[in-house]
Design a protein around this ligand. Structure first.
Ligand code: LRH
Ligand code: MN
Length: 424
């Protein structure tokens, strides 16, 4: 399934007039910033698609297959190609190993480049036991009390780096399920020290131009303690490694009401914000559609990113990735909505009059500060996001285009109803 350029321009024609009127009107109301700057920044904003979220996700209570799911890495790349054709902002994939070990590297790289898709961070997996594994990760991996299990997990991470190197990836993401579910089960200090020693070993194995992203999470699958539980622990480990190690912020990995935008600001100030796993949640690590539950919080996070990318030149451009799980929606529709929500939040944040905001903060004019954010947040920026897509020959309305092209029906025709994608 490949979407041709002329199919998209034919569909765009149906709403082109209406889009132009909306865009011209909006652009005429924006005086304090050049809308073309926002549009060019959005065009560069490429969000990596998780290879593990192209099929139906599930929970311990069940999984409802979706029909036409990609059964191979090649099919996954083709599905990301569909997302990239429709949005122009899905130009990268984040692989999870061993769920997506390429059989034919040359072929996989050719398929990816045929869709203009790059290989973003590769993810290791020491939270599941592999059939041929000598040791189990039941009681941990890089933090395990026994060195031979730690060595097995370290070796796996080095193998993931080798796989990523062959694909052209330049970064490794480590997320550890390691932790305990009952008081007394873990010696916290030993678990941390073992983890630090293991991660430093992996870091020193990475090629010179690679980055390491250390992802934190407060709980699940362990329910009393998690070794890398929060941003502070991740930062300590990144500092123990060196300047090419960073903290990765998964939006769903925070206890209720955590001020994530403040974490983002603090990490950027210290040059240690490596990247994001965008999603949304109401309660726990729900992996829901980006912006579906707390769109204002996402806007505030992008406000800190816009400020940080201007003022914290010591922080590299973060790696943008989605990490979601689709239990009841078409995975591709969910990802189209997540891509759109991230673009909209970024565009609204770029509309904030940072100069006026800084003046109001300087004079502690609290109400004025709130009004400046509100003005940007309540601006319907969709015409700007649509113009950015139009400029890269993508669809004005990706979800509508996806449906009018009957993509899912076509995928089911090609793959059948029973195919199952590897992943969560
Ligand atoms: C852990 C996590 C991590 C991935 C996994 C698929 O909850 O967010 O990023 O390895 O999901
Ligand atoms: Mn994640």
């Amino acid at each position: 399934m490949k979407i041709e350029q002329d199919q998209i321009s034919t569909i765009n024609k149906t709403s082109w007039q209406q889009h132009n009127e909306a865009f011209d009107h909006l652009a005429s109301t924006i005086k304090h910033i050049d809308v073309e700057d926002i549009i060019s920044t959005l065009a560069e904003f490429q969000i990596a698609i998780p290879s593990w979220a192209l099929g139906a996700g599930g929970t311990r209570f069940g999984r409802f297959r979706f029909g036409g799911e990609p059964a191979t890495l090649a099919q996954k790349l083709n599905d990301i190609g569909v997302l990239h054709s429709l949005t122009g902002s899905a130009g990268a994939v984040s692989l999870h190993i061993p769920w997506d070990i390429p059989e034919d590297y040359k072929a996989i790289k050719e398929i990816a480049s045929s869709h203009n898709i790059e290989f973003d961070a590769v993810n290791s997996n020491t939270f599941q036991d592999q059939p041929d594994a000598q040791h189990s990760y039941k009681f941990g991996s890089l933090s395990h009390i026994h060195r031979d299990i730690r060595n097995q997990a370290i070796a796996h991470n080095k193998e993931v780096i080798d796989i990523g190197t062959k694909l052209g990836s330049k970064s490794l993401t480590i997320w550890l399920a390691d932790g305990s579910s009952f008081p007394g089960q873990h010696n916290f200090q030993k678990a941390f020290s073992h983890t630090r020693e293991s991660i430093v070993d992996i870091y020193n194995y990475m090629p010179e131009d690679w980055k390491l992203f250390i992802e934190y999470k407060p709980y699940e699958p362990n329910f009393y303690s998690t070794v890398i539980q929060d941003w502070g622990t991740s930062l300590l480990l990144a500092n123990a490694c060196g300047e090419r190690a960073f903290t990765l912020v998964d939006l769903g990995h925070h206890l209720p009401n955590t001020n994530i935008e403040q974490i983002v600001a603090t990490l950027m100030l210290h040059g240690k914000l490596g990247g994001f796993h965008f999603n949304d949640s109401k309660y726990g690590d729900d992996d829901l559609t980006v912006g579906a539950i707390k769109p204002y919080a996402l806007f505030l996070i992008f406000n800190e990113l816009v400020y940080g990318m201007k003022h914290n030149t010591n922080n590299p451009t973060p790696s943008w990735m989605i990490d979601a799980s689709h239990n009841i929606k078409d995975p591709l529709e969910d990802l189209l909505q997540s891509l759109d929500a991230a673009m909209i939040a970024y565009a609204k944040a770029m509309l904030i009059d940072q100069k006026k905001l800084s003046e109001a903060q300087q004079s502690n004019d609290v109400s004025r500060c709130q009004e400046i954010l509100k003005d940007a947040y309540l601006t319907d920026v969709r015409p700007i996001v649509q113009q950015a897509r139009l400029n890269v020959s993508a669809a004005l309305h990706p979800l509508e285009a996806y449906r009018s092209l009957n993509v899912r029906k076509q995928l089911i025709k090609e793959r059948g109803l029973k195919t199952a994608a590897t992943g969560l």
